[in-house]
Design a protein around this ligand. Sequence first.
Ligand code: FES
Length: 106
Amino acid sequence: MVTITYITSDGREFTVNAEIGDTVMRAAQAHGVPGIEAECGGGLTCATCRVGIPPEWQGRLSPASADEQTMLEYCEDPAPATRLSCQIEIDQSLDGLRVTIPETQH
Ligand code: FES
């Protein structure tokens, strides 16, 4: 288990215990975190699972794949500041990760 905190645009924080091997998107949905719609269920086709990555975490995540980069090109902020949470697999190194949820997903 690792702890991940999701921060909404109005400042609410949701801290959840997430399973290793899950994704940041699925952990949010499993715990009822608002704003992670994930309409495609992790299929890399909707970009409604976007999260903002604080500067201190940007170099600690695996880089976005070419397909994720392509999806993010249509969003306001490219990687590494914005990522698709369905593409971030949770491992122990992500314990304490904090992400923000864009206002457009509320
Ligand atoms: S859930 Fe659709 S792109 Fe992440």
